[in-house]
Write a protein that binds this ligand. Sequence first.
Ligand code: HAM
Length: 420
Amino acid sequence: MLKKIKGTQDISFDELKYWYFIEKAIKKVTNLFCFKEIRTPMFEATELFRRSVGEATDVVQKEMYTFEDKGKRSITLRPEGTAPVARAFVENGFVNYGLPLKLYYIGSMFRYEKPQAGRLREFHQFGAEIIGSKDFLADFEIIELAINFLDELRINDYKIYINSIGCKKCRMDYIEALKNYYADKKDQLCEDCKKRYDQNILRLLDCKEDKEISKDAPSILDYLCDECKNDFDDLKKLLESRNIEFSVDKNLVRGLDYYSKTAFEFRSDRLGAQDQILGGGRYDGLIDYIGNKSVPAVGFACGIERIIILLKELEYDIEFDSNPKVAILPFESPQAFNKAFEYAERLRRRNIETYVDVVNRSMKNKLKHANRIGVKLSVIIGEDELSNNILSIKEMKAGTQFNVEESWMDHIIENKLNKI
Ligand code: HAM
């Protein structure tokens, strides 16, 4: 039997109620915060991710789905949404819309990671970006948007961690200090971190395996230049004054190279090893890198599958009544089928979800099926009904049945449904 690819998921109808619930919250909150949606392609030139996410990152080195297309171009399924949004911003001249531009997106991302709970190879992100503000106010608003989104979902069992990873200037001295710190500990590092020592030493700080070794590593916060330090202090003050609880995690460095200054993550103990609900930060150099225009920006992305794990854990009653309200059950005759489609059209015009049984089978089996799919009322069009211009309505739960005259059908059904 052909099976789905490892690390992917079929999202079936019982599962979709969570997706609808989350998408509704995204629409509501982004609308209230005046963010506009953007949809970018699911694949891009590999170069985009190599250059922006960074050659030395795990994402680029190990996790990208990269292939050559028939035109011999190197293509990559997007592993994340920020670089594509930055590319779209430059390519479409969005700068002309006036800045800052506040954008959000929902979509599939692809990373070749080892699948486990909360970690997939195709997963979905809700992301938001404020492009064109260098001020800590934008950092605050993006964090506030994320909090409001989780509030809307009634998720409050998480902690906010923030850090500043400084700008290029402050990072130079800091990287030197880190190299000195880890120099005599290199042998004890995990295999990945041994390689990262030369290529991407910041990542040693958030390696789960080498946590003990990194505990006493120098803190970036001691190396921040005045501008970075002031911005970070201002952000903390604003969060405090708005009563938003957070902790500073000096080892929070994020896994993608484009970040500078503010970095943040929301984590929940309920998620186990993959505890990050969402992550983001400032990426002031990215748009310059892609399009030679200095446009500072900040954003975050949230893993939708991780949100679903949390919603299931919390056992909230998330019911979306997607059952049809009425089933039309014609007996086997062209006139009855004709009537069935006519009745369905009339009911749907009244916004009543109507299911037509399109299988030739006995009325008993049709009723059984109508029961199974959870309809409230069945409309039976039998031979007698047809010849007398009436129809039978069966109330499925009560088991009662009554006849109505054809012309009153939609009106009576609408009334009845309001009472059930
Ligand atoms: P990221 O931290 O790589 O950041 O991913 C953001 C979120 O996507 C994570 O917090 C997690 O919830 C989810 N996620 C990541 N990988 C997986 C996976 N394999 N399976 C399931 N969920 C996953 C970014 O992608 C940045 N683009 C965020 C950003 C936006 N920064 C600025 N703007």
